[in-house]
Design a protein around this ligand. Structure first.
Ligand SMILES: Cc1ncc(COP(=O)(O)O)c(C=O)c1O
Length: 322
C-alpha cells in the first residue's frame, strides 16, 4: 500500500461566502452531493515564482467550472468575480505561495430526491501545499502505466467534458486497479477501444523525427475531459515547432510511439516510460517530452514573457501571499 499524506488540519476555507476554520467546513450527511455525486469542481495550481505567486490559468479553470455546472443545469450562486476573489483570498489568507486550489460547488442539504431542484448549491474553495502528484522522480524518469480494464465514461452516458464529482468513480476504479497491478497510473480506453486518457490526466504520443516529431492526442470532443494543461501543451508544442494532431489514437499507436506523456494540473507534464511491460521508446523520458516539460515549467515559473498572460497574480502587485 502506498502511504498517502493526509490533508492539513489548519487554515481557513472559503465556504458559502465566508472564511471558516478548516475543521468547521462541514456538510450534512444527507447532502444531495454526497449521495448522488452531484457536484462540480476544479483543480488549480498556484506557483511560487521569482516574480511572486501566480495562479495558472485561473480564468480558464473558472470558465470550466461554470460550464461543468451548466451541463448539469446547476446554478452556481456566486459570480466569477466573487469566485476569483475567493480563490486569491484563500491563498493569501493561508499564507501559501505554491499550492493546489480546489473550488467545488455541489447540491447541499434539503431533500434526497434524485432531481436536485430545490436543493441549495453550496460552494467552497480550499487550498493547501501539494507537490508533484506522481512524485519528483516521475517527472524525470517517467512512470509505469497499465491499460485499465475499466473503460472511460462515454459521452452518451454522461457529459464527459464536465468536471463533475460523480464522474470520478470511473477514475477511482481505474487507479485502484492500476495500483493493484503494480502500475503508477492507469490509461483508460473509450467505449470504442481508442485511447481516452488517464484517471486525472490527458495523454500525448510522440512519433517520428522526420521532418519534425508529431504529437498525437485524442480530440477534445472524444471521451476526455479537455484539460487546460492539454490545451496549454498543444500551444507550447506548436511554438516549439512540433506538429500536433488531435485524432483518435489506438492502443497500438501508443505502444509503438517514441514517447508518451501525461498532462494535467496535478501531473503537470509526466513522461510514461512503460505500459503493461512494454517499454516506450528507450524506456526513459524522451527528448521531445523533456523539451515540452522544460518549456511548461518555464512558463509556470513566469520566465516566458509571451505566456505571462496565463499567470494571474495572487496579490495585486504580483507579490507573494501575505
Ligand atoms: C479525468 C481528467 N482528465 C484530464 C485532466 C487534466 O485536466 P487539467 O489539465 O485541466 O488539469 C483531469 C484533471 O483535471 C482529469 O481529472
Amino acid at each position: 500500500m502506498v502511504e498517502r499524506e493526509g490533508l492539513p488540519e489548519e487554515g481557513k476555507i472559503w465556504f458559502n461566502g465566508e472564511f471558516v476554520a478548516w475543521k468547521e467546513a462541514r456538510v450534512h450527511v444527507l447532502s444531495h452531493g454526497l449521495h448522488y455525486g452531484s457536484g462540480v469542481f476544479e483543480g488549480i495550481r498556484c506557483y511560487a515564482t521569482p516574480k511572486g505567486s501566480f495562479i495558472f490559468r485561473l480564468q480558464e479553470h473558472l470558465e470550466r467550472l461554470y460550464r461543468s455546472a451548466e451541463l448539469y443545469k446547476m446554478k452556481i450562486p456566486y459570480s466569477r468575480e466573487v469566485l476569483t476573489a475567493a480563490v486569491k483570498e484563500t491563498v493569501r489568507l493561508n499564507r501559501l505561495d505554491a499550492c493546489y486550489i480546489r473550488p467545488i460547488a455541489f447540491y447541499g442539504y434539503h431533500h434526497l430526491g434524485v432531481n436536485p431542484a430545490g436543493c441549495p448549491v453550496d460552494c467552497a474553495v480550499a487550498a493547501w501545499r501539494w507537490g508533484s502528484y506522481l512524485g519528483e522522480e516521475a517527472l524525470e524518469n517517467g512512470i509505469k502505466c497499465t491499460f485499465s480494464a475499466w473503460r472511460r465514461i462515454d459521452p452518451n452516458t454522461l457529459p464527459v467534458t464536465a468536471k463533475a464529482t460523480g464522474h470520478y468513480l470511473n477514475s477511482l476504479l481505474a487507479v485502484q486497479d492500476a495500483e493493484e497491478r503494480g502500475a503508477d497510473e492507469a490509461i483508460l480506453l473509450d467505449n470504442k477501444g481508442f485511447v481516452a486518457e488517464g484517471p486525472g490526466e490527458n495523454i500525448f504520443a510522440v512519433k517520428g523525427a522526420t521532418p519534425t516529431p508529431t504529437l498525437y492526442t485524442p480530440e477534445a470532443e472524444s471521451s476526455i475531459l479537455p484539460g487546460i494543461t492539454r490545451a496549454s501543451v498543444i500551444e507550447l508544442a506548436r511554438d516549439l515547432g512540433y506538429e500536433v494532431v488531435e485524432k483518435p489514437v489506438t492502443k497500438e499507436e501508443l505502444l509503438s510511439a517514441d514517447e508518451v506523456f501525461f498532462t494535467g494540473t496535478a501531473a503537470e507534464v509526466s513522461p510514461i516510460r512503460e505500459i503493461d511491460s512494454v517499454k516506450i521508446g528507450n524506456g526513459k523520458r524522451g527528448r521531445v517530452t523533456a523539451k515540452i516539460q522544460k518549456k511548461f515549467f518555464e512558463v509556470v515559473n513566469a520566465r516566458e514573457e509571451k505566456y505571462l498572460r496565463w499567470l494571474e497574480p495572487v496579490s495585486a502587485g504580483g507579490e507573494r501571499g501575505e
